[in-house]
Design a protein around this ligand. Structure first.
Ligand code: NDP
Ligand code: 8X3
Length: 249
């Protein structure tokens, strides 16, 4: 069955890999993000089953006008992949900029809530749909410098479990995917604003790759309608959650 899939943050990393994977699986994809040139390249690469739409997930007005602002035959969205997100900095809380915290909250929390609120009514009305969010292990396990980023991902995880409680009895499914370290995306370049520092994060670490996240999304949305995968925590074989810290005298 061909699904119509709306992806936020499809210009790089997981979102781009997911668009490529799902178009390859025969679906239709609405690929969104702020960088129009990237969306145009993706459309040229993947053909007419991909609709490029410029969208900043923090632009409340543009998000609220969905799905009515889309071409008529693209408005019945089966799957929302709310993927757009970012981390800014890895310093201790007292050294971080409040403006960076606010941007993470606006993007990682507001940028999930807006599209969910805009697209969910249609899914409930059609009694069919799937909301997939990209959380993080940072939402479950604290680490130094994870402060607000981890907080935003904890919000997403709990929001999705509560959303499921509201959706019980409807045909709409919800899944939060919670990856650990994933290389091959721009996540650390954005976090540090320094490409060398970003590359060092993944050196000799054999991280997960964006294709692994795309594969997981393809799997959860392809399962029989009776199956709801609530959350998936995934890490590279080379990563584990940190032990509890002790500072000795
Ligand atoms: P990338 O930086 O490669 O991709 C982020 C995407 O989000 C880009 O397409 C970017 O598009 C988009 N984006 C950012 N801000 C906005 C905005 N305001 N409006 C619309 N789109 C926006 O990162 P990843 O692919 O690695 O990350 C994707 C998601 O996965 C994020 O939510 C991240 O927190 C999460 N994650 C990442 C992990 C990792 O280790 N890489 C691990 C666990 C979770 P554009 O700039 O064009 O708008
Ligand atoms: C991204 C993974 O460990 O950098 O969510 O927080 S981590």
């Amino acid at each position: 069955m061909t699904l119509t899939i709306f992806i936020t943050g499809a210009t790089a990393g997981f979102g781009k890999a997911t668009a490529e994977r799902l178009i390859g699986d025969g679906h239709r994809v609405i690929a969104t993000g702020r960088r129009r040139d990237r969306l145009d390249s993706l459309a040229a690469q993947l053909g007419p089953r991909l609709l490029p739409v410029t969208l900043d997930v923090t632009d409340a007005e543009a998000v609220a006008s969905l799905p009515g602002s889309l071409p008529e035959d693209w408005r019945e969205i089966d799957v929302l992949v709310a993927n757009a997100g970012l981390a800014l900095g890895l310093g201790p809380a007292w050294q971080n900029k409040l403006e960076d915290w606010n941007r993470m909250v606006a993007t990682n929390v507001g940028g999930v809530l807006g599209p969910v609120r805009a697209l969910l009514p249609g899914m409930v009305e059609r009694d069919r749909g799937h909301v997939v969010t990209i959380g993080s292990v940072a939402g479950s396990y604290p680490y130094p410098g994870g402060n607000v980023y981890g907080g935003t991902k904890a919000f997403v995880a709990q929001f999705m479990l509560n959303l499921k409680a509201d959706l019980i009895g409807t045909g709409v499914r919800v899944t939060n995917i919670e990856p650990g370290m994933v290389g091959g995306s721009e996540f650390s370049n954005v976090r540090f604003g320094d490409d060398d520092k970003a590359a060092a994060v993944y050196r000799n670490a054999d991280p997960l790759m964006p294709e692994d996240i795309a594969e997981t999304i393809a799997w959860v949305i392809g399962l029989p309608g009776r199956v709801n995968i609530n959350r998936i925590e995934m890490m590279p074989r080379t990563q584990a959650s940190a032990p509890l810290a002790i500072k000795r005298r």
